[in-house]
Write a protein that binds this ligand. Structure first.
Ligand SMILES: Cc1cc2nc3c(=O)[nH]c(=O)nc-3n(C[C@H](O)[C@H](O)[C@H](O)COP(=O)(O)OP(=O)(O)OC[C@H]3O[C@@H](n4cnc5c(N)ncnc54)[C@H](O)[C@@H]3O)c2cc1C
Length: 416
């Protein structure tokens, strides 16, 4: 073999080896790329499902549930949890932590002494479980100093009239106030009084899922007698270093000594500012009017983007930033007629909604969520047109409207 042919042979062998090696590398890369694409696709499906705001599949209308257990949660026995199991025993659909149930109960009407269905909403206070839903209800007394006014109708009935084994009608979980994502970004939850219920569900769910995100839970309560689930929350905080629990007593009793997890004072922006690290950008707030009306605007003033502040009110509390503009120009005197009550009233453009207008004028109307989701205030429209302040979440039967999210377009006659 000549030197030239030997060199040619070596060069050919090196070239063949290089080509083989390049082929193997290319093949491996293609495989890794394909598997990465599959993983990425899988992940995006998982995270969008977790962060989805889509309603979980529930059921239509009301479904019978049995009260399996009633458990008092506070020392004063004013707050009671109801464990509700479906009458048909079928597994329950999951929900988004923060959502509520709409309950319907038959109670005696104060006007005519006849039983009539009344709806109210109660936040789910536990994580989703297939065997039961739990709601936690505070007994609502008559306003201080009002001796001629009855106490809260449904909360009193649930506490005193509803026993273990009784049946209640329940609509599927719903509501826009719920955990928006399952990411790792830190999160602050502020619950005042009974407004702690949706936060309980959020905390229980995240920790059950093994989430490692930092969670600050601020729980504002008057004193230890009104505090619920004390032991459970402290247990969770002790076992999960990523849960930072801070219970604030605004009027502490003698036994409400400040210490680990407990302090004296109110939940407000000053407390949040000194406690939270800068990275916290997402806030969930639920509580009495005083808390909502101060904390939500204060968070915005602190520089938190409005779309990172999620809040829910349990009643007609108005949070300043979302006050609705008057929808009727001054000087346009619409008349709203409530046929059954026999009242013809000049519409007040600052009333907010037809529900608030009716209530302000002493007209008895059913209501629930006050946000167009539960359908509790559905009322027949006899004549006239109206505007919706937001699209209804509940199904609205033809010829009816949801008073809580509507205003008149002109003269209007309602059946109420
Ligand atoms: C989304 C959502 C979630 C909620 N989650 C919870 C929860 O988890 N736990 C909870 O406990 N609550 C929750 N609520 C509040 C709950 O729905 C009820 O509003 C609450 O239980 C009071 O209902 P009630 O029928 O007992 O009181 P109502 O009968 O509606 O009475 C309310 C108040 O009005 C007074 N009143 C009655 N008649 C008159 C009158 N003629 N004049 C003046 N005052 C009068 C009553 O004395 C009482 O103080 C939630 C509300 C919403 C909207």
């Amino acid at each position: 073999m000549t030197l030239a042919s030997l060199t040619g042979f070596i060069v050919l062998a090196i070239a063949a080896q290089t080509a083989l090696w390049a082929g193997i590398v290319l093949l491996r890369h293609r495989r890794e790329y394909a598997s990465l694409r599959t993983r990425v696709r899988g992940n995006s499906v998982a995270s969008s499902a977790a962060g989805s705001t889509k309603k979980p599949s529930g059921w239509d209308g009301f479904r019978p549930f049995r009260v399996e257990r009633k458990v008092y949660e506070d020392k004063a026995h004013t707050i009671c949890s109801f464990y509700l199991v479906p009458g048909d025993g079928a597994p329950l659909p999951p929900f988004q932590p923060g959502q509520y149930l709409t309950l319907q109960l038959e109670v005696i009407g104060p006007e005519d002494g006849e039983p009539r269905p009344v709806t109210r909403c109660y936040s789910l206070s536990d994580r989703p479980r297939p065997e039961y839903y739990r709601v936690t209800v505070k007994r609502v007394p008559a306003p201080a100093g009002c001796t001629d006014v009855p106490p809260g109708r449904i909360s009193s009935h649930l506490h005193d009239g509803v026993q273990e084994g009784d049946q209640i009608l329940v609509k599927a979980p719903s509501g826009p106030f719920h955990l928006r994502d399952r990411g790792l970004s830190p999160l602050a939850l502020a619950g005042g009084g009974i407004g702690i219920t949706p936060m309980l569900s959020m905390v229980e769910t995240l920790l059950h899922e093994g989430s490692k995100r930092e969670i600050w839970l601020f729980y504002g309560v008057r004193d230890g007698a009104e505090q619920v689930m004390t032991q459970r929350l402290e247990e969770l905080a002790a076992n999960h270093p990523n849960l930072h629990l801070l219970v604030s007593y605004s009027r502490p009793g003698e036994q409400d000594i400040a210490g680990p997890y407990r302090r004296h004072g109110r939940v407000g922006i000053d407390l949040l500012r000194i406690t939270l690290p800068r990275q916290v950008e997402t806030f969930y707030v639920c509580g009495p009017p005083a808390l909502m009306e101060s904390l939500v605007p204060d968070l915005e003033a602190w520089g938190i983007p409005p779309d990172q502040i999620h809040y829910e009110t349990f009643g007609p509390a108005s949070v300043k930033r979302r006050q609705r503009p008057a929808v009727t120009a001054p000087g346009e005197p619409f008349t709203v007629t409530f046929a059954n009550s026999g009242k013809h009233l000049a519409w007040d453009p600052n009333a907010g909604s037809l529900l608030e207008f009716a209530e302000a004028n002493g007209i008895e109307v059913n209501s629930g969520c006050r946000s167009g989701a539960c359908g509790g205030c559905q009322t027949a429209v006899k004549e006239g047109d109206l505007d919706y302040l937001q699209p209804p979440e509940a199904d609205v039967e033809p010829g009816t409207c949801l008073l809580c999210i509507s205003t008149p377009k002109g003269d209007l006659t309602l059946s109420a």
